[in-house]
Design a protein around this ligand. Structure first.
Ligand code: ADX
Length: 171
């Protein structure tokens, strides 16, 4: 029988400003052998050639999923912080992993609060094809976890994810 790896992918999806990067960085401090794949960073390097059309976003998600798969196959825990707005593109990435190892986490925060936080000052600009404004965000229908960052502190959010990983015997 093929041995089942004890490593996992945490796929954080949600609007810009929902808290994906912050959560990823806090999780990384607590999870050994973990690597972050962050949308903003990838877009400044590997995915520099991509924009924000639907087609480009699907390609962005596909590439990020491919790297995640490669790292996971080499026994790394992968923490992905990517808007990844499309259900079908996320499902395609999920299909690269054995059941249970791809953990989709909806980082839930209303557009109003993301706009109010406006961490990167992007909402106050008028950027076309912006997720949640004039580009769709498809809410996960059946994610492993929902983390509502309007209601939970960063610590409590991280704890909820760590508890899930312990419950599933990953940690
Ligand atoms: S994704 O939709 O293709 O998954 P990704 O997570 O890589 O997006 O990149 C999102 C980041 O790009 C945002 O956090 C923001 O900093 C920046 N950005 C620039 N333009 C847009 C836009 N039109 N929509 C969303 N994010 C944008």
């Amino acid at each position: 029988m093929m041995s089942v790896k004890k490593v996992f992918v945490l796929w954080l999806t949600g609007l810009s400003g929902a808290g994906k990067t912050t959560l990823a960085q806090e999780l990384q401090k607590q999870i050994a052998e973990s690597i972050i794949l962050d949308g903003d960073l990838l877009r400044s390097s590997l995915n520099k050639d991509l924009g924000f059309t639907d087609v480009d976003r699907v390609e962005n998600i596909r590439r990020t999923g491919a790297i995640a798969q490669m790292l996971w196959a080499q026994e790394k825990n992968v923490i992905v912080a990517l808007i990844s707005p499309f259900i079908s593109a996320r499902a395609a990435v999920r299909s690269l992993f054995p059941k249970g190892h791809f953990i989709e986490i909806f980082v839930d925060c209303s557009l109003a609060v993301c706009q109010e936080r406006d961490v990167k000052g992007l909402y106050k600009q008028t950027i076309s094809q912006f997720t949640g404004i004039d580009s769709p965000y498809e809410v996960p229908q059946n994610p492993e976890l929902v983390i509502n960052t309007e209601k939970l502190s960063i610590n409590d959010s991280v704890q909820k994810i760590m508890d899930y990983l312990k419950q599933k015997k990953f940690l």
